[in-house]
Design a protein around this ligand. Structure first.
Ligand SMILES: Nc1nc2c(ncn2[C@@H]2O[C@H](COP(=O)(O)OP(=O)(O)OP(=O)(O)O)[C@@H](O)[C@H]2O)c(=O)[nH]1
Length: 340
C-alpha cells in the first residue's frame, strides 16, 4: 500500500504572537504522532530552535533571514528532503515561519516542493489578541494573512477583556469565514485540529489562493514584505548581567524595538541565575531556561525592531554587564516578571 504523504503545516503569525509556544505545546501533546519541524528565526541566533530542542523527532533550523525570502524552492526542498524521505516515519511536519515571514511565500514554497513524500497541510495563523490592532495599523496586510489561513488561533486571550476578545473574534470571522477560529491562552489548542488536516495538494481554489495566484504574485516583486524595514541585532556576553540594569533597559526599550528574546545570565549577591527572557512590545517575561539552553553562562539576546540604531542598542546592552559585585536584592527586579 502506498505510504501516506506527510502533511506540512505552516505556522505563521506576527512577531511574538505565540508560534513557538504553540510548537512546544504540540510537541508535549503529540498523542503518539511523530513530528518533524522546520524552525526559522529572523535573528542570526536561532533562539526558537533552542526553545524546542530536545523535544522534537527531527528538526531543521534556519536563522539569519526570513524563510519566505532567504530561500528558494530548491532550498526548501533540501530541508524537506532531510525530514521527508522513504524511511521517514514522521506523521506531520510543522514549519514555524519567522514572525516577519509572508505566509503567502511560505505556502508557495511548500506547494511548489518536488518532494513526493509530502503534501501541503494548511496554514495556521497565530494572532496576538493584545497586539493585533496596533500591529495592523503598521501592517494592514495582516488582514490578508488572516484571509489565507485554514486555522486561526486567537491567542493571548488572557491579556484582553471579554468585550475586546468578542469584538476581535467577530472581525477575524468576518475576514475569513472559512477558517476555524479558536481562542487560546498560551496557544493551548487541541493538536487534532492541526494534525487532521486532510491531504491538500494546493490551497483550495475559490476559498483562498490558487497555486497560480501564489506563483503569479511572487513573480511580480512589487509588494512590500512584512520584514521590510526590520532589523535584528544579536548581543552576546560571557560576563553576567546586572538584573536591575537589564530590567531597566527592557522597561525603557531603545527606539523601534518590538521583540527581544534570548538567554541571559544575571548575577546578584553570590548567585548567578539563568533565564529565558522575552519581550513582545512592552510585555516582559523571564522564565527558567529549559532544555534547549546549549550555552549556559553566556548571554545571547536577539533584538528585533524597525529602523534600529544597532550601535546604540549594543552599547545600551553592554552597559547592563555587571562589572562589579551586585547586591542580592537587585534580583527582585527580575522576580516581578517571572511566572508564578
Ligand atoms: N500572556 C500570554 N503570553 C503568551 C501567550 N502565548 C505566548 N505568550 C508569551 O509571548 C511570548 C512570545 O511567545 P512565542 O511563542 O515565543 O512567540 P513567537 O510567535 O514564536 O515569536 P517570534 O518567533 O519571535 O515571532 C513568550 O514570552 C510567551 O510566553 C498567551 O496566551 N498569553
Amino acid at each position: 500500500m502506498a505510504k501516506r504523504k506527510i502533511p506540512v503545516v505552516v505556522v505563521a503569525g506576527f512577531l511574538g504572537s505565540g508560534k513557538t509556544t504553540l510548537l512546544n505545546h504540540l510537541l508535549r501533546n503529540t498523542r503518539g504522532a511523530r513530528i518533524g519541524v522546520i524552525v526559522n528565526d529572523f535573528g542570526s541566533v536561532n533562539i526558537d530552535s533552542m526553545m524546542v530542542a530536545g523535544q522534537v523527532d527531527s528538526m531543521v533550523s534556519l536563522s539569519n533571514g526570513c524563510l519566505c525570502c532567504a530561500i528558494d524552492v530548491s532550498d526548501m526542498d533540501a530541508m524537506l528532503d532531510k525530514l521527508a524521505h522513504p524511511k521517514s516515519d514522521l506523521d506531520v511536519i510543522v514549519v514555524e515561519a519567522s514572525g516577519l515571514a509572508e505566509p503567502r511565500n511560505m505556502i508557495r514554497l511548500v506547494v511548489s516542493s518536488e518532494n513526493e513524500h509530502i503534501t501541503y497541510g494548511g496554514l495556521v495563523l497565530v494572532v496576538d489578541a493584545y497586539e493585533f490592532d496596533t500591529t495592523r495599523e503598521r501592517h494592514p496586510e495582516l488582514d490578508q494573512h488572516v484571509a489565507m489561513a485554514d486555522l486561526i488561533l486567537l491567542n493571548k486571550t488572557d491579556r484582553v477583556d471579554t468585550d475586546t476578545h468578542d469584538d476581535l473574534l467577530g472581525r477575524l470571522c468576518g475576514l475569513n469565514a472559512r477558517a476555524a477560529v479558536v481562542s487560546t491562552d498560551h496557544s493551548r489548542v487541541d493538536p487534532g485540529l492541526l494534525f487532521d488536516f486532510s491531504e491538500r495538494a494546493e490551497p483550495r481554489p475559490g476559498e483562498q489562493l490558487t497555486l497560480d495566484d501564489l506563483l503569479r504574485e511572487h513573480d511580480e516583486h512589487d509588494h512590500r514584505h512584512l520584514h521590510d524595514g526590520y532589523d535584528s541585532i544579536t548581543f552576546e556576553s560571557d560576563a553576567p548581567l546586572h538584573p536591575r540594569a537589564l530590567v531597566d533597559l527592557l522597561e525603557n526599550q531603545p527606539a523601534g524595538v518590538f521583540r527581544i528574546k534570548g538567554y541571559v545570565t544575571v548575577t546578584a549577591g553570590l548567585r548567578s541565575t539563568r533565564y529565558l527572557v522575552q519581550t513582545v512590545g512592552d510585555h516582559i517575561r523571564f522564565e527558567p531556561p529549559g532544555r534547549g539552553d546549549d550555552a549556559p553562562g553566556t548571554t545571547r539576546l536577539v533584538v528585533i525592531g524597525a529602523d534600529l540604531d544597532s550601535d546604540a542598542v549594543r552599547e545600551q546592552l553592554g552597559r547592563c554587564v555587571a562589572d562589579e559585585p551586585v547586591s542580592a536584592d537587585a534580583m527582585y527586579a527580575v522576580h516581578r516578571f517571572t511566572p508564578r
